[in-house]
Structures are given as C-alpha cells and as structure tokens.
Ligand binder design. Structure first.
Ligand code: GAR
Length: 199
C-alpha cells in the first residue's frame, strides 16, 4: 500500500476517517505516521491506531524556516508518496513544499476560491451564502490557493451557527477526503496551469 503521512492540529476527526479508510481491505494507502504541531486530540487518535505520532512545534524553533525544515525532516523519515493535511492549521513553507510539490493534499471547509483561510466556515456564514461545502485541493505556497481536486456542496440552514454548520461540513469532508486520497494514490494527478485533474 502507498504510504501517506497525515498532518493534523485539532480534534482529528478527518484523521480518524483516513485511518479508518486505510484499514479497509480495498484501500490502496496506509497511514505511515501522524505529524502534529501542537498538543491535540489527533495525537490520541494516532496513538490508539498504533501509528507513530511526531510533534513538531513552531515555538520550539528559532523561526518559521527552521520549523519548516524540521517538519520536512520528520515527514521524510517515513518516505511517504503523499502528505495529507487533515485539519493542519499552519501554512507549509518553501522547503517542505519544494520537496513534496504536487503531493500535498488539503481539505478545506468551504467552496474555494470563496472563503479561504482559517475561518472559512464563519466567513461563509457571515456572508450569508445558502450553499457552502468542502474542497480538496493540492497545496501550493498560498493560503488555500492550490489546484482543486474535488468539491462537495453542503446546504446552509436558517438556524445554523458556525459550530452546527462546521459539523455538517465535516461529515462531508470525512467522505470526500479519503475518497480523493484513494483516487490520487492509485491514479495520480495531472495538472494544467492552475487546473488539476485526478487521472
Ligand atoms: C476541518 O474542517 C478542516 O477542513 C479544517 O479543520 C477541520 C479539522 O477537523 N481545516 C482548516 O480549516 C485548515 N485551514 P478535525 O480536527 O475534526 O479533523
């Protein structure tokens, strides 16, 4: 099976969905390791699955570049073909993306290019959109700007709060992200300018 490294910063429900999919007999990928940048519930999820969990904190490094290089070194130890950011709340730097260019997949809780950044759910709700969703995309040097691989829509309901809407979006992410990871590890991605297509 194709090794991937999953990176997370939060409650780890997307990570859990990836681990669960990887355990399915039909899966073409395995989660070789989990990398986190802070103490978070994703650590317990990785450990409970018997996976190596590596912590790489920005604050333990003199600057962002040093952190980025260390992150790369930690991930490289597991020689993954793909890296999946599953609720990883930091921007990857040039060393990391240079090494894994075109092989980092991210899930974002909005329909990009609308509402990028760390507050995509709140921004969409505040704007008053009636439909939002989830986007799985390749990571480039920008904030949620990389080529889109797949999207799924989620309705905004009249009584939604940021939390209720985000939970509904995450249900969608927990299906779409493992589906896309399975597709890219088996079929690969073709890019054409800013567009990407699963082969
Ligand atoms: C997900 O909604 C993911 O798209 C988002 O964090 C959540 C993680 O949930 N990521 C970002 O906003 C990245 N900019 P989880 O911790 O339950 O997996």
């Amino acid at each position: 099976r194709v090794p991937i490294v999953a990176m997370a910063s939060g409650t780890g429900s997307l990570l859990a969905a990836l681990i669960e999919r990887a355990a399915a007999p039909s899966s073409s990928f395995r989660v070789a390791a989990v990398v986190i940048d802070r103490d978070c519930a994703a650590r317990e999820i990785g450990e409970a699955a018997g996976l190596p969990v590596v912590v790489c904190r920005l604050g333990d490094h003199p600057d962002r570049d040093a952190w980025d290089r260390q992150l790369l070194a930690e991930v490289d130890r597991f020689a993954p073909d793909w890296v999946v950011t599953a609720g990883f709340m930091k921007i990857l730097g040039p060393a990391f993306l240079g090494r894994f260019a075109g092989r980092v997949v991210n899930s974002h809780p909005a329909l990009l290019p609308a509402f990028p950044g760390a507050h995509g759910v709140a921004d969409a709700l505040a704007y008053g959109v009636k439909v939002t969703g989830t986007t799985v995309h390749l990571v480039d040097g920008g904030v949620d700007t990389g080529p889109i691989l797949a999207q799924a829509t989620v309705p905004v309901l009249p009584d939604d709060t940021v939390d209720t809407l985000h939970e509904r979006i995450k249900i969608s992410e927990r299906e779409l992200l493992p589906d896309v990871v399975e597709a890219v590890v088996t079929r690969g991605v073709v890019t054409d300018g800013r567009k990407a297509q699963i082969s």
